[in-house]
Ligand binder design. Structure first.
Ligand SMILES: Cc1cc2nc3c(=O)[nH]c(=O)nc-3n(C[C@H](O)[C@H](O)[C@H](O)COP(=O)(O)OP(=O)(O)OC[C@H]3O[C@@H](n4cnc5c(N)ncnc54)[C@H](O)[C@@H]3O)c2cc1C
Length: 462
């Protein structure tokens, strides 16, 4: 059989460490971070360098074998889990931080570098790669780039897209597209790297990247505030932006439905539950005045009646404690039992009405269809969990469909930062026009004419 011959060639090409046959595949290659399982793959490929990725893809392309690429498998939309008849391409052995250029504030890394490993290496050098998310201990730079990850500091530094200067990509047929240039300014025609950032591996495999770094802030201070209404939350965002300027690094909002549960899980309530909204603000900067600026900002907000209570962390340990309230969202959501989770973008001005309609919609489905809401509000991004009544599991589909329709009515995005993968592909038309989807298909046909890379992810049937 052609696929048996191809597997033999792959084993020869990649050697013992680089090729795991079906019988050797460990369970971890089948699982995502929240316990969902894919199909056993034909093999797992573990290339050690770009040339091996190129030769492996050329073999798979010639034989027409579909391939799914894996980084840290923390993706939340099933894109990285193997489907029947696929080969897994794991980037775990390409984990070298190749160069750090302090003058240009850039790092050149391989795609399998774990985000936290890069953060720790840079910390010692007085630099940061500003991307930060709860999955930092497992997710990889290649996965971050392919999903255009967002996370906690987008309000200050932008999404991953803003942090990628150059990119090396291997196309489905093994062609190496070397765009690994360390130039911020490079106006030499269409910038191809942007086609691969956020495309979830359907157009090519990211192998190496030049990343933009920032100086490590001398100081980082976190505050928690309580607000009596959504108008006050919006006013606080404007106030914080004006008063803190570039020092504003995070603006996270938790509805009480979330906060009261997070307080229970973490065993702390720096401000008592019961207020409608809680806002976690982080300020950071190169000057020792950051904490004083944040304190003055909060005093002014209290005097102007924007917030009703506020707590300022006094140490790194207290910063971490406050962040814990926001970071343990997976456990908070689990308290509801089975849920449908959403990651949506909306205009901030629409959020209050949207959430009110969401509650009406959920309670119309079942009285015990609870909702929790929290998110990166400063970026227009909300996370929602809607409880599926355990006695009525069939409502999962109804909830999913109705909420995405509601997002569509508000002109929002069905995926703010987690991507589309398999989970959301059928809902793409709520956020993208038919013409946009058709042109995505043309790009897929051009870069991957045999549709071997992450087949069926993002674009059904391609
Ligand atoms: C606790 C938790 C918190 C999270 N918080 C956030 C958050 O705040 N913001 C956010 O944006 N996401 C968040 N995520 C989602 C996830 O961590 C990100 O999507 C992350 O960027 C995925 O990286 P990964 O290496 O784990 O990729 P994987 O899960 O392995 O893959 C994700 C997708 O990218 C593709 N891919 C992976 N590597 C490559 C490559 N080298 N080339 C081409 N395609 C590739 C895969 O095929 C798949 O489609 C969170 C997840 C968890 C579990």
């Amino acid at each position: 059989m052609e696929s048996d011959h191809a597997l033999q060639k792959l084993r020869q090409e990649l050697g013992e460490r680089g090729f795991l046959g079906a019988a050797q595949v460990e369970e971890r290659y089948l699982m995502d971070a929240v316990g969902r399982r894919g199909e056993p793959p034909l093999a797992v490929l573990r290339p050690a360098n770009t040339q091996q990725v190129s030769r492996a893809l050329a073999i798979c392309h010639a034989a027409g074998i579909p391939v799914t690429t894996q980084g840290g498998r923390t993706g939340l939309v099933l894109g990285q889990l193997p489907q029947s008849g696929e080969i897994v391409l794991s980037m775990e052995r390409m984990a070298a931080i190749e160069a750090i250029d302090a003058d240009s504030a850039m790092a050149t890394v391989q795609a399998g570098v774990v985000l936290q490993a890069l953060q720790e290496k840079l910390d010692a050098l007085g630099l940061v790669f500003p991307l930060d998310l709860g999955a930092r201990g497992s997710c990889t730079i290649g996965g971050n780039i392919s999903t255009n990850a967002g996370g906690n500091r987008v309000i200050r530094y932008g999404m991953t897209r803003e942090l990628v200067v150059g990119l090396e990509v291997v196309l489905a047929d093994g062609t190496v597209l070397d765009g690994l240039k360390p130039h911020i300014k490079n106006n030499t025609g269409p910038d191809l790297k942007h086609l691969f950032i956020g495309s979830e591996g359907i157009l090519g495999v990211v192998t190496r990247a030049v990343l933009r770094l920032a100086p490590k802030p001398d100081e980082r201070t976190v505050a928690l505030c309580a607000a009596g209404g959504f108008a006050q939350v919006r006013a606080l965002l404007r106030h914080a932006r004006t008063r803190l300027g570039g020092e504003l690094t995070a603006f996270e909002v938790m509805w009480d439905s979330y906060y009261s549960r997070a307080a229970g899980i973490t065993g702390q309530s720096p401000i008592a539950p019961g207020h409608p909204f809680y806002v976690l603000i982080e300020a950071s900067g190169a000057y020792a005045s950051v904490a004083a600026n944040l304190e003055a900002t909060l005093h002014a907000a209290i005097e102007e009646g924007i917030v009703v209570d506020a707590v300022l962390a006094k140490s790194g340990a207290e910063n971490a404690r406050l962040w814990e309230l926001r970071d343990r969202s997976v456990e908070v959501s689990r308290l509801l039992g089975p849920v449908v989770s959403f990651d949506v973008s909306l205009r901030i001005a629409d959020m209050e009405a949207f959430v009110a309609k969401l509650h009406t919609l959920a309670h119309g489905i079942a009285a015990n269809c609870d909702v929790i809401v929290y998110g990166h509000l400063g970026d227009g991004n909300l996370h929602l969990s809607v409880r599926v009544p355990p006695e009525r599991p069939e409502t999962y589909d109804i909830i999913q469909r109705s909420v995405y329709e509601l997002v569509g009515e508000y002109g929002g995005s069905i995926s703010a930062e987690h991507g589309v993968g398999v989970s959301k592909r059928e809902f793409l038309p709520h956020s993208r026009t038919a013409q946009e989807i058709a042109w995505m298909g043309h790009l897929k046909d051009t870069f991957d004419p045999k549709h071997i890379l992450n087949r069926g992810r993002v674009l059904p049937g391609l």
